[in-house]
Design a protein around this ligand. Structure first.
Ligand code: PMP
Length: 415
């Protein structure tokens, strides 16, 4: 039964049981209407209320500025996953960059040379930022991509570090930079930025540490994340987008101009201005997924100490506590376990380690023993192997305690 299992999957990932219990009811009958939540129209008043509730809850939790002015931010729900946003950010930020150039009369001369200087700055600290940079190179051509840092070069060809800033090679002129991209938490490699980097037109992938710590929204042009880890079910991706990079505050480049320079024009369903203008209802939005995310957020808000909102700082403390417990078991048994990333960049969300012993059999034995205790979802990503404990918000302290105990027992036996 669900009660006897502790699940540490990396995404899709565990959700709070009370949310799923309520979900099973609304699937059959939403708000006593006799119609299930996945059956109602995405344009119905009920769906609109769900959408507004989830947006408002997220605003409160992450302190997202609300305003029509350039300092405001829009909350968008998109489809196509985190991977869809790898493409969307490129289409969008390039269009904003070229749109700004085209809008300035004095910039018209030598436009071609200026476009040649266009750069997208990528911080590659793990498999997901690598994939995002590869998608950017595919869309606009490798010559426009500047890899500010490739963490593998600092560590025998493997990820596991956020290289020191004094080794970064940023594009020299900020004017040429359409986008500075980073992945806040690398799910496969267990690497998390200790704090957000800076850079012009900063865009972050927060798929795997969304709502796990406070975020300085204002320094970002955009933040996105798939819902299926800390926030909800697979099916929606959340984007928090600054008004500064949306019409009417930003002039988007004419598609003909983009094409003239061989730059990509993106599909309409990934087009942030279109999604923003239609309040995420340009096409059929999976309202059930938006509802789930809203319920998860509401729980965080409800658990806020009276008069003190948001609860994110406490969620951070809880994540730190759970991750700290696991890392201390790993460090305390370093003869048996080897943490993959460097201490300076250890993720609180995805704890990646190897069981020492020279062959894959040892890790298999670790996983088999864990499953015997009801500790599931611990296998590392297929690309890197090893063990990965995903410590998302819905993973209870008691589950982590149980796992820590198992890990100690396994290590003692191998001594
Ligand atoms: N970014 C990160 C950090 C991820 O962990 C993932 C998926 N695990 C993705 C992007 C891709 O998301 P999706 O599978 O929803 O496209």
């Amino acid at each position: 039964s669900r009660d006897s299992i502790s699940y540490f999957g990396a995404g899709p990932a565990p959700l709070p049981t009370p949310v799923l219990e309520e979900a099973s009811k609304v699937l059959l009958n939403y708000n006593d209407s006799g119609i299930g939540i996945t059956e109602i129209s995405h344009r119905s008043p009920e769906a609109n209320a769900i959408l507004a509730h989830t947006q408002t809850s997220l605003r409160k939790l992450l302190d997202i500025p609300e305003s029509d002015g350039p300092e405001g931010y829009q909350i968008l729900f998109l489809q196509g996953g985190g991977s869809g946003e790898f493409s969307a950010v490129v289409y969008h930020m390039v269009s904003v960059w070229l749109g700004a150039l085209a809008a300035k009369k004095q910039e018209q001369q030598g436009l071609e040379e200026k476009v040649e200087r266009l750069r997208l700055d990528y911080l590659v600290t793990g498999s997901w930022s690598l994939k995002a940079s590869q998608e950017a190179a595919r869309l606009v051509g490798p010559s426009h991509i500047n890899i500010v840092t490739d963490a593998r070069k600092h560590r025998d060809g493997k990820f596991g570090l956020v290289p020191p800033q004094d080794t970064w090679t940023r594009t020299k002129s900020e004017d040429d930079v359409a986008l500075t991209y980073y992945c806040d938490n690398e799910t496969v490699d267990g690497v998390e930025f200790p704090s957000a980097p800076s850079g012009p037109n900063l865009v972050a992938d927060m798929s795997s540490n969304f709502l796990s710590r406070p975020v300085d929204i204002r320094r970002h042009a955009a933040i996105f994340g798939g819902a299926q880890k800390n926030v909800g079910t697979t099916g929606i991706t959340i984007a928090i987008v600054s008004n500064r990079i949306l019409p009417p505050h930003a002039a988007m480049a004419d598609p003909a101009l983009l094409r003239k320079f061989g730059l990509s024009v993106g599909p309409i369903v990934l087009d942030w201005p279109t999604i923003a203008k239609n309040n995420s209802l340009y096409n059929t939005l999976p309202i059930f997924d938006v509802w789930i995310a809203g319920q998860v957020m509401q729980r965080l808000l409800d658990q806020s100490p009276a008069g003190k909102s948001p609860r994110i700082a406490e969620q951070e403390a809880e994540s730190d506590r759970k991750a700290g417990m696991l890392y201390s078991v790993l460090d305390g048994h370093s003869g048996v376990y080897g943490v993959v990333p460097d201490k300076s960049a250890r993720s609180r969300m995805n704890i990646c380690f190897r069981v020492k012993g020279g062959d894959a059999e040892v890790e298999k034995a670790f996983l088999k023993g864990a499953e015997g205790e009801g500790l599931m979802g611990l296998k590392g990503h297929r690309s890197v192997g090893g063990i990965r404990i995903s410590n998302y918000n819905a993973v209870k302290l008691s589950a982590v305690e149980k796992l820590a105990k198992y890990m100690v027992g396994f290590a003692e036996e191998r001594k």
